[in-house]
Design a protein around this ligand. Structure first.
Ligand code: PMP
Ligand code: GLN
Length: 388
């Protein structure tokens, strides 16, 4: 009999781990789990090595090295005019994942409700369950008329917020859909948060990866939102270092104090030697990050065009790592069966979008597959060749 606590018993192994194991076993091209297969900037890697050799191998400060907190604050100011005091308003975490868990554990009381936009990144549901709170999913709808391919159902969002709501979690650019929330979406979330005195967790890990000239807009900058938003980001996606597990949470001094309370007992501190290296890159490798954005846009186009040729109905993608393809035109009704059957038999791994949904309201996601394009162009071409 399993001794796993009941609040975790309904969580399977993460779909990313399952599908990557399958990809390795079957020798398939892995367009499933979102990790890049190329390194970040050379000077950053060398700085990490130099740090180890120079003896930076013990616990770093609890809130992270001052140099990294300063570099994060400077980057937010330069990029969006988001001003933060690095001493009190930035906390370095073990990836965005820990920033999310620590935020929810520190700020959400058991028995309260957390609204998420479905499909949603799996870590939100687990953090909410660990906090003893209840997840309330609101659908992101497919909308061929929208330039991002998706539309937030504002009426459903308003209806989901009630007396028990503690927090709304938003993620823009969005995993898995590639949707970028518009000013109107952010305004509806902010309006609800202000009127109901809610917190907002803004997961902005893909903040540097918006395409076709779009600009990222942090919700924390809207009137009245600074004091109720925890913004989360990470070096993983902007610097190709998913394995360095170095992220950060940004909010007011009071909220960061609270999140630090939870963080200090989850992991105590972050990883040491990589922090000065990430700081170095945020300060000196802006051009590299800008190039990454251009490369990613080209890879997105390459994959979308290939999936279209292979007969999928490919949805628009405005940002992030992923493109959604409807396998319905290929006769598929259940993408989970397709991803573990026909698709992998042809040598390609994708993730069924239904893995990002738990409500009974998500039937429209059933034939959809998420494909990652944060991969080398030759791999994308190889995957497409296996499918057409
Ligand atoms: N949020 C989103 C939306 C993600 O896609 C991911 C996966 N990279 C994370 C958070 C976790 O980030 P990290 O690897 O920095 O923990
Ligand atoms: N964020 C990445 C994805 O969505 C990987 C996350 C993970 O493996 N936990 O694919």
């Amino acid at each position: 009999m399993s001794r796993l606590v009941s609040r975790l018993s309904h969580f399977p192994e993460t779909i990313f781990a399952t599908m990557t194991t399958l990809a390795v076993e079957r020798g398939a091209v892995n367009l499933g789990q979102g990790f890049p297969d190329e390194d970040g900037p050379r000077s950053m890697l060398e700085e990490a090595v130099r740090q180890i050799r120079a003896g930076n191998n013990q616990y770093p400060p609890g809130r992270g090295f001052a140099g990294l907190r300063a570099a994060v604050a400077a980057d937010r100011r330069r990029s969006y005019g988001h001003s933060l005091d690095p001493a009190t308003e930035v906390l370095v975490t073990v990836g965005a994942t820990e920033a999310i868990s620590a935020t929810v554990l520190a700020l959400v009381e058991p028995g309260s409700e957390v609204v998420v936009i479905e499909p949603y990144y799996d870590a939100y549901a687990a953090a909410v369950a660990l906090a003893g709170a209840t997840l309330v999913p609101v659908p992101l709808l497919l909308d061929a008329g929208s330039d991002t391919g998706w539309r937030l159902d504002h009426a459903a969002l308003r209806a989901a917020v009630g007396a028990n709501t503690a927090m709304i979690i938003i993620n823009t650019p969005h995993n898995p859909t590639g949707h970028v929330f518009g000013a109107d979406d952010l305004e509806v979330v902010a309006d609800l948060a202000r009127r109901h005195d809610l917190l907002v967790l803004a997961d902005e890990v893909y903040e540097k990866l918006l395409y076709d000239g779009r600009r990222h807009s942090p919700i924390a900058l809207l009137p009245g939102m600074r004091e109720r938003t925890v913004t989360v980001s990470s070096a993983a996606k902007c610097l190709n270092v998913t394995g360095w597990k170095t992220g950060w949470a940004m909010s007011t001094p009071e909220i960061i104090d609270a999140v630090t309370k939870a963080k200090q007992f989850l992991t105590f501190v972050g990883v040491g030697h990589v922090q000065p290296a990430v700081a170095h890159a945020l300060e000196n490798e802006q051009a590299w990050m800008e190039r990454l954005r251009g490369d990613m846009q080209r890879r997105r186009d390459l994959l979308m065009e290939g999936l279209d040729r292979a007969g999928f109905d490919v949805k628009a993608c405005a940002g992030g790592y992923f493109v959604i393809a409807d396998a319905g035109p290929l006769g598929v009704t259940d993408a989970t069966d397709f991803c573990t059957g026909d698709l992998i038999d042809r040598g390609v791994v994708g993730i069924p979008v239904s893995a990002f949904a738990t409500s009974g309201d998500s039937g429209h996601l059933d034939p959809l597959v998420r494909f990652a394009f944060c991969k080398r162009e030759d791999l994308i071409r190889d995957a497409v060749a296996r499918l057409v």
